[in-house]
Design a protein. Structure first.
Length: 253
């Protein structure tokens, strides 16, 4: 089932460029680890050493250091061990979290009046939302362009969320919808208003909207170092369903 979740996440967070090479999904020129890493989603047992070497040669043309996303599942063990033998070190850990939305229906009713809660929802990506999101994320000019170009190429339904209180931009997020799944991405709260429960209000409003839209399961990909993000999802009772790490090629001088 973890392959299904990884596919959902890949559809939700497109990279600037993506190539499928012998079962490896290669992301290029992203702005975070997920969107500039290699995902060995299929065929993890055959010709591993040769495929790793071939990918290194491909990425060398783009001046990109190879980095792999390794899911903590038995099927990945052989691939992970081969990466280790080839000088790849662990760099970053995280967990994919999930919640069944349906049992939350009564609790989510409080958040169903989005305007009253200060949450504004768009069912298409608008430039003004991108402007505010880039500001909250503190993207550089290059990162901003990459993100705009990438998110506008989404092939799955996407909704954006903005939390405003007293004419102040508090927070933003976006979510995609695939089958009966809601994939929650990049909840960001204005640094001036953090630790005031705005994150929970925004997340609960998102789940309420997802339920209204027909989603039954919500998933999120959260880095272990994102203390605030983990605390928020745990507070709402998301469960960890599997962990992962990244392996990056060690540079020798």
């Amino acid at each position: 089932m973890f392959i299904k979740y990884e596919e959902l996440l890949l559809n939700s967070k497109p990279a600037a460029f993506t190539t499928l090479y012998e079962g490896l999904i290669i992301n290029y020129a992203g702005i975070n680890q997920f969107t500039k890493s290699i995902h060995p989603l299929y065929d993890r047992r055959n010709n591993i050493h040769e495929r790793i070497a071939s990918v290194e040669a491909i990425l060398a043309n783009y001046n990109q250091i190879p980095e792999y996303r390794i899911v903590f599942q038995k099927d990945y063990q052989e691939f992970d061990e081969e990466l280790f033998r080839n000088g790849y070190e662990r760099s970053g850990h995280g967990t994919v979290k999930m919640i069944d939305i349906k049992p939350l229906q009564n609790e989510l009713f409080t958040f169903a009046n989005f305007i009253q809660n200060g949450v504004f929802i768009e069912e298409e990506i608008k430039d003004f939302w991108l402007d505010d999101f880039s500001y909250l994320m503190n993207y550089s000019q290059v990162e901003d362009k990459i993100f705009r170009d990438s998110i506008k190429r989404l092939i799955v339904p996407c909704s954006t969320f903005t939390l405003i209180e007293e004419n102040t931009l508090i927070g933003q997020a976006y979510a995609t919808f695939q089958e009966n799944y809601m994939i929650i991405n990049s909840i960001v709260i204005n640094k001036k208003t953090r630790n005031l429960s705005y994150g929970k209000r925004l997340l609960m409003s998102m789940l309420s909207y997802g339920l209204k839209r027909g989603a039954e399961i919500a998933i999120a990909d959260v880095d272990y170092l994102d203390t605030a993000g983990n605390k928020l999802f745990d507070k709402v009772k998301f469960e960890d369903i599997y962990g992962y790490c990244y392996r990056i090629k060690r540079i020798t001088k």
